[in-house]
Design a protein around this ligand. Structure first.
Ligand code: UN1
Length: 504
């Protein structure tokens, strides 16, 4: 795992064909703590196309054997991986907070999500259900089975550094595929920690390969490689479009999970205290850096002022700081670039005429001086045309929009290019069901914020959020397997479907 360790810095390796190796070109990149950039967490391999080729070839070779390992046995290895994750949870969470910034409670949750997913999908090793059906002909048996596909390229973001890799890698493996995993450059340590667990659990050499480095170079190499048959990507809509286009040339199966502009709708009969709690967690959890973040809150005019007052005073009291400090409620943005995006959108919101109710500034003094910290920020009296009401910020910025009715809330809610998650706060079951039906999103909550998906239900979104696939739940198996329909004729004669008369 480590190539060299000295007092100053550790250098981490790629993992290819069961060996921890440096990248061929010899270049490295730094992984720094976003709460304190003086802290260098480690150096990671800046891989190139040559490394990708070696990894894909190793995965292609390993596939021929792995696909024939009985799925329950594949599942057993994954159960062991889940067990190791349980044992290491605290250390893994601390590494994650250091490299990514979100608070310990949340990084523990991230590791827990990987544990949940690994246990859940490992069990699929004994199911992987297909269908058996009657045949329209006598003495003929009909069924469908899931078949593995081949080498799967897994490209993951930094906001859920272990959970999202687990959502992809574990189903890929249980279905019998092999993997080349390229994690986000901001969170390679959590990714490596996950790969290490898989190695220790007994995943054979070549079945999971790990290549760190720049998205463009490695991503393109994976997308252009003929032996890569599946690509599962989570990231921005902009990059997702490129992944889709580049994968289309060789007809790869491409699963995309992209942006969101998720809405919490608060009706005039809502439990306002509960709604305020939900908006705090949905808006500022993970410093707003979730695809599912509640970056819009649409509030009925009858309770608008009361809500805004209560919400803003709670946001003001949020404690920002280093995620390793148990008192901290919100950590930094992950990077300088992400922080600049937040600053840019605060300016856009102000220029558009939205009212800045709290926040709006970078924090760069005292304990914040070496980190990418920003005040939790709320714009009120936002209208649906404004860019802060339409574009994904991926930071601690919430836009509050007034509305006059449920119908209007739903219309505003749906009026964005994305369709990941939405929620309603109401005590009225009729309103809850209407919103549940009419919001065109992949995930919906009643009396809960837009975040908090569990691993055993499908996860993904509509419109520019996704391309029709879902991960998590058994839906994940659909990304990493293909159907084969099988007909077994045991009549001993030619029977012609659609043509021969029924033998009644
Ligand atoms: C993401 O934001 O990319 O529902 C994933 C949630 C988490 C997963 C979020 N369980 O917010």
């Amino acid at each position: 795992m480590r190539i060299t360790t000295n007092d100053a810095v550790t250098t981490y390796a790629n993992y290819i064909d069961g060996a921890w190796l440096p990248a061929a070109g010899g270049d490295l990149f730094e992984n720094r703590n976003p709460a304190n950039t003086d802290e260098l967490i480690g150096l990671f391999q800046k891989s190139t196309r040559a490394d990708v080729s070696v990894a894909v070839e190793a995965a292609a070779r390993a596939y021929e054997k792995w696909r024939l390992v009985p799925a329950p046995r594949r599942g057993e290895i994954l159960f062991r991986a889940a067990q190791i994750l349980v044992e290491r949870k605290e250390a893994l969470a601390r590494d994650m907070t250091r490299e990514m910034g979100k608070i310990l409670d949340e990084t523990r949750g991230d590791v827990q999500e990987a544990i949940d997913m690994t246990y859940f999908i490992a069990g699929e090793g004994r199911r992987l259900h297909g269908q058996t059906t009657p045949s329209e002909l006598r003495d003929k048996f009909a069924m469908s089975v899931r078949q593995s596909i081949g080498v799967s390229a897994i490209i993951t973001p930094w906001n859920f550094p272990m959970a999202i890799p687990s959502w992809k890698i574990v189903p890929a493996l249980v279905c019998g595929n092999t993997v080349v995993f390229k994690p986000a450059t901001y969170t390679p340590l959590s990714a490596l920690n996950f790969v290490k667990v898989l190695e220790e659990a007994g995943v054979p050499p070549g079945v999971v390969n790990f290549v760190t480095g720049g998205g463009e170079e490695i991503g393109n190499a994976l997308l252009e490689h003929p032996q890569v048959r599946v690509v599962s990507f989570t990231g921005s809509t902009e990059v997702g479009r490129l992944v889709s286009e580049r994968g289309a040339g060789s007809f790869k199966k491409v699963h995309l999970e992209m942006g969101g502009k998720n809405v919490i709708m608060i009706m005039d009969d809502a439990n306002l205290e509960l709604a305020v709690e939900g908006c705090l967690w949905g808006g500022f959890g993970t410093t707003g850096q979730r695809c599912t973040a509640a970056s819009r809150v649409v509030v009925h005019e009858k309770v608008y002022r009361r809500f805004v007052e209560a919400f803003v005073s709670r946001v003001r009291a949020l404690k920002v700081g280093d995620g390793l400090d148990p008192a901290t409620q919100m950590g930094p943005s992950v990077s300088q670039g992400q922080l600049e995006t937040v600053i840019r959108y605060v300016k856009i919101g102000s220029d558009e005429g939205a009212k800045l109710a709290t926040g709006g500034h970078r924090l760069d003094h005292g304990p914040f001086k070496n980190g990418f910290f920003h005040e939790p920020t709320v714009f009120v009296d936002v209208n649906r045309e404004m860019r802060i009401a339409r574009e994904e910020v991926f930071g601690p910025v919430v836009a509050v929009i007034p509305c006059r009715s449920l119908d209007e809330a739903v219309a505003i809610g749906n009026d964005v290019i994305y369709g990941l998650s939405a929620s309603i706060y109401t005590q009225d079951v009729n309103k809850a069901f209407q919103a549940m039906r009419d919001m065109y999103t992949g995930v919906f909550y009643v009396n809960a914020p837009t975040i908090g998906a569990e691993v055993h239900l499908p996860f993904g979104g509509t419109k520019a959020t996704g391309n029709g696939h879902r991960e998590a739940g058994t839906a994940a198996l659909d990304v990493f397997s293909e159907w084969k329909s099988i007909y077994v004729d045991f009549s001993g004669r030619l029977q012609r479907a659609q043509i021969d008369p029924a033998d009644i």
